[in-house]
Design a protein around this ligand. Structure first.
Ligand code: FA5
Ligand code: MG
Length: 487
């Protein structure tokens, strides 16, 4: 593990609730305490967290905070007239209209309401994420306890859906990460996951003479392919995947968008890529994708394998008139875990795409309840080109207040913990947290960091006093919880 440090406990949450008069306004998200506040002050209370109607016991891994739990169940992607919902509709429509199965029905099935509470196994193990991968650390993900977490990506459902026998699907959902704070990063955002599996016949169906083409071989892992894939299968899959995503981008943006593919790494795909688009003069990464590790498909639905095999051997089976149970058993023995498909998958950040598409300058705006923002999209036809008008909503009309905070950091300090703390204290009022200075004292060897915090209200101008109150709370809690020493 990447040295996870448990610094957070629920007494802190309790204190914070009192300190900042935080009132979670979603009835289904409640933070319950078993003990009275009096005894809570003396001993660490045993806690329950209720998320979406299910109750979980907290433990030493719990690091999810009330400000984050408030967002669970908001489902912005399902909210009519919300820009994320408009974008979702456009993506669904694109897949519905362009991809069909052999019965001319839409090829991709869509899931948009799977609970974001997943097991660590779903989020990591099922995707071959190594034990020591940074994304597992307490400073990167939101844990409910040692068994459950808020999903860090929609890929958490890949394995289950493939196992259930699906071979083409889209998953829309909210995802949660302890990430940096700036205009394009937010601890809760939305992704759409897409996956498609191909049999040998399907993949090579467009090739003029597919006789000698195979999906699998026992070869070597190379930058361009996995050990069990043939080069021709890997190359065709890369083409299929990239053209699917380029067609989606062209449908959403028209032809003018500047894009580039960048090679990358994911534990569950190889090879892997990211797609970047030009936004406000800078390259912005909007999605990650790749060819699914064959090991993930190995546990593909046994039922599906049997059906395929029974279908292949139907003459033999119908000749002997073996009853159904024996047909299934026979097919299982016959295949001994063989998998006949190869797959690709992608995960796309909906906010980043919507920002590019509608010219929305700051990711916090998606959470705005302000009518000035939402009314620009409400009642819109998802096909009508909309451009967010900055003047109509005062996101950057009100000037920012910039305050710096310098402190000595303890040995186990994590930057993400500080970003998370600031987000928790200031919510939507913080636009950016940036490390602007980092040095080690030559004699004492102590390390000092300075963060620039940009405060900006979206609906009014902040007074210096209001900002100072928040800034002092940040300093106080950073001292108490993260063990820093303010300079
Ligand atoms: C993933 O989440 C992978 N699960 C994607 C994937 C799926 C790869 C299937 C291969 C196969 P990544 O961490 O890069 O990858 O996130 C995907 C996208 O989510 C990013 O490209 C970006 O658009 C968006 N994203 C990531 N972090 C944030 C954030 N903090 N705020 C807003 N959007 C974000
Ligand atoms: Mg990425």
């Amino acid at each position: 593990m990447a040295a996870p440090i448990v610094r957070f406990n629920f007494l802190h949450v309790y204190h914070r609730l009192a300190l900042f008069k935080h009132r979670p306004h979603e009835t289904f998200v409640t933070l319950c305490q078993f003990y009275s506040s009096e005894s809570a002050a003396r001993q660490k209370p045993e806690q329950n967290i209720t998320v979406l109607g299910n109750t979980y016991k907290t433990d030493s891994w719990t690091n999810v905070r009330p400000k984050i739990l408030e967002k669970v169940g908001k489902n912005l992607h399902l909210k009519k007239g919300h820009p994320l919902n408009l974008l979702k509709t456009r993506i669904e429509k694109h897949f519905y209209e362009n991809y069909f199965n052999r019965w001319r029905n839409p090829l991709f099935s869509v899931y948009d309401n799977i609970s974001p509470v997943v097991t660590l196994e779903q989020n990591f193990d099922s995707l071959l994420v190594p034990e020591d991968h940074i994304s597992r650390s307490l400073s990167d993900s939101y844990y409910i306890n040692t068994k459950y977490m808020l999903r860090a990506h929609t890929s958490a459902h890949e394995h289950d859906l493939i196992k259930s026998g699906l071979d083409a699907f889209l998953i829309f959902g909210d995802v949660y990460r302890r990430d940096h704070v700036d205009a394009s990063h937010y601890p809760v955002f939305h992704q759409v996951e897409g996956a498609r599996l191909f049999t040998e016949h399907q993949l090579f169906s467009k090739v003029r003479d597919p006789t000698n083409l195979k999906l699998f071989e026992e070869g070597r892992r190379e930058p361009t392919k996995q050990e069990s894939h043939t080069l021709e299968a890997a190359k065709l899959m890369e083409f299929e995947l990239k053209s699917t995503l380029e067609n989606l981008a062209a449908d959403l943006f028209g032809k003018g968008l500047e894009t580039k593919w960048v090679e990358t790494y994911f534990p569950f795909t190889h090879p892997s890529w990211e797609l970047e688009v030009k936004f406000q003069g800078e390259w912005l990464e909007v999605l990650g994708c790749g060819i699914l590790e064959q090991q993930i498909l190995k546990s593909e639905s046994i039922v599906k394998q049997c059906v395929t095999l029974i279908y292949r051997h139907k003459i033999f089976i119908s000749y002997f008139k073996i009853d159904c149970v024996w047909q299934v058993a026979l097919a299982m023995c016959y295949t001994a875990g063989a998998v006949d498909s190869i797959g690709w998958a992608f995960g796309l950040g909906l906010e980043r795409l919507a920002m590019t598409l509608y010219d929305i300058p700051d990711i916090r705006l998606f959470w705005s309840e302000d009518s000035g923002f939402l009314s620009q999209f409400e009642g819109s036809d998802h096909l009508k080109p909309i451009k967010y008008k900055e003047g109509a909503h005062p996101v950057s009309k009100f000037s920012p207040c910039i305050n710096d905070l310098s402190f000595w950091i303890p040995e186990n300090f994590s930057e993400n913990d500080f970003h998370d703390l600031v987000r928790n204290v200031c919510g939507e009022y913080v636009e950016q947290v940036k490390l602007i200075d980092d040095f080690k004292h030559p004699k004492t060897k102590r390390q000092s960091q300075c963060y620039r915090i940009v405060y900006r209200h979206m609906e009014k101008s902040f007074t210096k006093e209001e900002v100072n109150v928040m800034h002092e709370k940040v300093a106080k809690l950073a001292t108490e919880e993260l063990g820093v020493e303010i300079r």
